[in-house]
Design a protein around this ligand. Structure first.
Ligand SMILES: *Cc1c(COP(=O)(O)O)cnc(C)c1O
Length: 379
């Protein structure tokens, strides 16, 4: 059997007619940039996040970058973020000239560790970016409490967590600003790049409206030096068609995760995701920790199961950040997780036979390893 990492065809069929009709209208009207459908989608997404304001931008990376620009982050400032995330979370900081400060994660959720955040605060700290890794919200209460006390802004990196909740509150409304990605493989994905900035703050909202559109108000009046970073109307049409189904699709992902959990729970050497009781996890990614990860990864592929690694190298050890002078041992939990984490296929319409096949293959590989004992150690 072949099991793809993701297969979104079934989702596409659900919304195909609506997308076809919507795209036809965009082409006929010629409203490709900031058309009315884009504004409608912003409002629908803001409502979905239970926040008053949302601004569509080019990508999740741009959302993070413009959020930092809106907060006047620049050279001399420090921005705290987890060392275990996608590199875009750090790149957006570097673009501003500020310094990324990498902080280790919690062993259980793989989210930033609030105690280590506290220890990393300096008078230069301007922003913290908690990432809701894999789709489970970070410990926002502790983070915002600390941030308030030290006058640090909180920018949620919610690029993997559309629709997840923390104590009943939606991601996107948990910090000062939240950033989403609509990259095609995200749980709400377009047919190209796209992103969204969500905020409760009217002033920030109005600034970001200018920042994404050459810094202008009206057509010719440029108030600030802005950028060109807008969500295409075509993307907005696709995303608006999918948004009403997102909660259902998140529930279906959750069902897949439950089945994985049941099938894998008796294998001692596999660590399945830990779920905090006061949050919902939307399982953008279903990641397990396995012994001999690189070997298991290759063998799963040999058996037709598409697996991936999110992420094999913690950010503080990436070559791109060698200039910051971090070394192995600085963020030990991130390093250990990077060494043995493995992402299994997950998508809403995944079939039971596919889930069974993935788990049987994984069980066999991991249990074989234990039987050969010593031989497994030399890998
Ligand atoms: C995908 C992702 C981003 C970047 O989003 P793009 O739309 O690809 O630019 C940033 N942070 C995290 C955690 C992501 O998963």
């Amino acid at each position: 059997m072949k099991v793809p990492f993701i297969d979104f065809r079934e989702q596409y069929y659900v919304v195909r007619d609506q997308i076809d009709a919507g795209l036809k209208k965009v082409f006929e009207d010629g409203t490709f940039i900031l058309g009315p459908q884009e504004r409608d989608f912003e409002q629908a997404f803001a409502r979905y996040c239970e926040a008053p304001y949302a601004v569509g931008v080019n990508s999740g990376t741009d959302a993070l970058y413009l959020a930092l620009v809106a907060l006047n982050v620049g050279p001399g400032d420090e921005v705290i973020l987890p060392s275990f995330t996608f590199i875009a979370t750090a790149l957006c900081v570097s673009y501003t000239g500020a310094k990324p400060v990498f902080v280790d994660i919690e062993e259980r959720t793989y989210n930033i560790d609030p105690d280590k955040f506290a220890a990393a605060i300096t008078p230069r700290t301007k922003v913290i970016i908690p990432v809701h890794i894999y789709g489970q919200p970070a410990d926002i209460n502790q983070i915002t409490e600390l941030a308030k006390r030290h006058k640090i802004a909180v920018v949620e990196d919610a690029c993997q967590a559309h629709g997840a909740t923390y104590q009943g509150r939606k991601t996107g409304s948990l910090g000062d600003i939240a950033c989403f990605s609509f990259y095609p493989t995200k749980s709400l994905g377009g047919c190209g790049d796209g992103g969204m900035i969500v905020t409760n703050n009217k002033e920030i909202y109005e600034k970001i409206l200018m920042l994404r559109d050459y810094g202008r108000q009206g057509r010719y009046d440029h108030k600030i030096k802005g950028y060109n970073s807008r969500l295409d109307t075509v993307q907005a049409v696709v995303l608006a068609a999918k948004l009403p189904h997102l909660d259902q699709w998140n529930r279906m992902r959750n069902d897949v995760a439950v089945q994985y959990g049941q099938l894998l729970k008796n294998i001692d050497s596999i660590i399945t995701p830990f779920l905090e009781k006061d949050r919902t996890h939307v399982f953008q990614t279903y990641a397990v920790r396995v012994p001999n990860r690189d070997k298991v990864c290759g063998q799963m592929k040999n058996r037709g199961v598409d697996v991936l690694i999110h992420y094999p190298i913690a950010l503080h050890l990436q070559e791109a950040y060698a200039d910051l002078g971090y070394k192995r041992g600085d963020c030990p939990v991130s390093e250990a997780v990077a060494d043995d984490i493995l992402s299994l296929p997950i998508f809403p319409h995944m079939k039971k036979e596919q889930i069974d096949y993935v788990c049987a293959a994984l069980r066999e590989l991991v249990e074989n390893k234990q039987r050969v004992g010593l031989r497994a150690i030399d890998t």
